[in-house]
Write a protein that binds this ligand. Structure first.
Ligand code: DOR
Length: 432
């Protein structure tokens, strides 16, 4: 045994809040003891801090294979671990895309030594082109549990229906369900748009993406979920109308789930006023009333999880003019603090949105987001809820720098992260 004791903190998990030391073992990767006055080979004083189940991000772009200048699985996993994440779901819009066993195997191999669990998603369609189903069963046999064409939405309703029916017929030996996740964007409506369509796009003379580009696909996929009886997960919801439709669908008994990003519940389209492409993202930053609706959706359970849509881009590409720069923002290292600063929710609720609730959706609940009890996997994070810090892209572990929160003073930060019983982040820095 090689044990570490997290000493003197408060425990917050799905069982509630209590005090107690937590002993983890690196060799077995499990929590070996929880209680008062415990000892271990290494002692980490966490007084004043909270120990929680590690976070799970349903939505990250790790850029490997294909754009390792922006991020790699290794650097992305460092950023994730520093943000308190012990597992992340890697989006498929790599080059080549994650539509084959060969690419999934490469991602899994690269992820084997990462600082958190790397769970690849698989694309719904070959090449994410929306015409031919990817070999879902083959990808599922390698452990893929989420399918998405993220980066774009599945445009053809009949194709989406067939994908749902096929996914609904798949069976995994471990009984973990599959989920089809949708980036809701009707391309014909968003075409030419580089920001939200509204007052600001008109003032700035930039092409806009109307809210309806997202909402029409949310509406369609709610209907398709009802038709097929297969669950749909809605990615990065950004409009008040989308939140309202998902709320109504859940009230009507449909098994849909949804996520929202920190940038969509903290920033508006007014940030684009200076034409700085750091604020360019898909779906775009919307209005203050959309931000309020996303927050309300997180508060009342309409939105199940906070997911970052961590989207690293090289500095060169983000220095292009607004209409030419790629969309996307970093998110892993600021997610907790932005949530703490922006959401008027109890800490336990915020931890749930970042941890056990996304773990369920991702099919990772056997290993992540588990309660802090003897014998459970030691995937944990330690949060200092009161520390104040200033965001700086150059201080991040990510290879990219494109944070929209540069210079912001935030309160609350991850101090330590434990993955498989190993302390992978200590005092904010990766240990290997
Ligand atoms: O802003 C975005 N960036 N939205 C997406 O859907 C894709 C992502 C990326 O890959 O950069």
């Amino acid at each position: 045994m090689s044990t570490t004791v997290l000493k003197g903190g408060r425990i917050i998990d799905q069982l509630g809040e209590r005090s107690g030391d937590v002993v983890v073992d690196h060799e077995s990767g499990v929590i070996v003891n929880v209680g008062p006055d415990l000892s271990g080979d290494t002692v980490i004083d966490i007084s004043g801090c909270v120990v929680a189940p590690g976070f799970v991000d349903l939505h990250v772009h790790l850029r490997q294979p294909g754009n390792e200048a922006a991020e790699t699985i290794e650097t992305g996993s460092r950023a994730a671990a520093r943000g308190g994440f012990t597992a992340v779901v890697a989006m498929p819009n790599t080059t080549p895309c994650m539509d084959s066993a060969a690419v999934i195997n490469d991602v899994l191999a690269a992820g084997a030594s990462a600082l958190c669990e790397i769970k690849p998603s698989g694309s719904i369609s070959v090449g994410r082109e929306g015409h031919e189903l990817s070999p879902m069963a083959e990808l599922a046999a390698l452990g893929v549990r989420m399918f998405t064409d993220d980066g774009s939405g599945v445009q053809d309703a009949q194709f989406m229906r067939r994908a749902l029916e096929y996914a609904g017929s798949l069976y995994a030996d471990d009984g973990v369900p599959f989920v089809l996740a949708q980036h809701c964007e009707v391309a014909a409506l968003s075409a030419g748009g580089v920001m939200h369509e509204g007052e600001w796009s008109a003032r700035l003379g930039l092409g806009g993406q109307p809210s309806e580009a997202e909402e029409l696909m949310v509406m369609r996929d709610i209907a398709l979920s009802r038709l097929t009886g297969v669950r749909v997960h809605f990615q990065h919801l950004s409009t008040a109308g989308s939140v309202a439709m998902v709320r109504a669908a859940k009230a009507g008994g449909l098994a849909v789930t949804a996520e929202a990003t920190p940038h969509h519940f903290s920033l508006t389209d007014a940030t684009c006023a200076g034409y700085d492409p750091i604020f360019k993202v898909h779906p775009p930053l919307r209005t203050a009333s959309d931000v309020a609706a996303v927050k309300a959706g997180l508060a009342d359970g309409t939105i199940d999880a906070i997911a970052t849509d961590h989207a690293p881009h090289t500095p060169d590409s983000k220095e292009l003019p607004f209409d030419q720069a790629p969309p996307g923002m970093l998110g892993l290292e600021t997610a907790l603090a932005v949530a703490l600063d922006e959401l008027d929710l109890p800490l336990a609720d915020i931890i749930g949105l970042l941890s056990w609730r996304p773990a369920e959706i991702a099919g990772l609940a056997a290993r992540h987001g588990r309660s802090i009890q003897d014998g459970n996997p030691a995937n944990l994070c330690v949060i200092d809820p009161f520390v104040t810090w200033q965001v700086s892209g150059t201080d991040m572990a990510s290879r990219a720098r494109n944070t929209p929160f540069e210079g912001r003073t935030l309160t609350g930060r991850v101090r330590h992260t434990v993955f498989g019983g190993e302390v992978v982040v200590r005092d904010g820095e990766a240990t290997r």
